[in-house]
Design a protein around this ligand. Structure first.
Ligand SMILES: [Zn+2]
Length: 157
């Protein structure tokens, strides 16, 4: 798989008003219950700042229709419509994104939130059938800020 994008998601876990520190194990259980063979994401970034691995990076994920074959999926624990990231989670996310951007030579502009696939549809990169109504990774998550921080982390090496 050629990684051209990194897509950020929320676990959309409603428990504890979106503060639940959802584990990769729990998400794997939800996804396998849907009949998938594994968790759909490559990484889960916990609210306490731990980073858990999901699907191996060299395997196609199941997280963003239209982009799975050319992206990695990173999921934030909790619920991004209800709670912003914790400071530890934001730091861990940015560190992970910078590492992945460097490894796969993905520019920070191609770190997108799931909801931003609509921009790719508007740009003609994706077919209109891939348009989404999702708010993922959540209304409390600014992808502009995530990109600024990732780009800064890359520059600082
Ligand atoms: Zn998503």
């Amino acid at each position: 798989m050629r990684v051209e994008y990194i897509v950020v998601h929320t676990a959309a876990d409603f428990r504890d008003e979106g503060r639940r520190d959802t584990s990769a194990l729990e998400i794997r259980a939800w996804h396998t219950a849907r009949g998938w063979n594994d968790i759909g994401y490559h990484y889960v970034v916990r609210r306490d700042g731990r980073v858990e691995t999901g699907r191996p990076e060299n395997q196609t994920g199941a997280h963003t229709r239209g982009l799975n074959h050319k992206s990695l999926g990173v999921c934030l624990s909790g619920h991004g419509d209800l709670q912003p990231m914790t400071e530890a989670q934001e730091r861990a996310l940015v560190r992970l994104l910078a590492q992945l951007c460097k490894k796969y030579k993905v520019p920070p502009e191609r770190v997108i939130g799931h909801r931003e696939v609509n921009r790719l549809v508007e740009a003609g990169v994706l077919e209109p059938i891939y348009r989404t109504a999702k708010t993922c990774p959540g209304k409390q998550i600014s992808m502009t800020l995530v990109r600024v921080l990732t780009s800064r982390a890359l520059k600082e090496g």
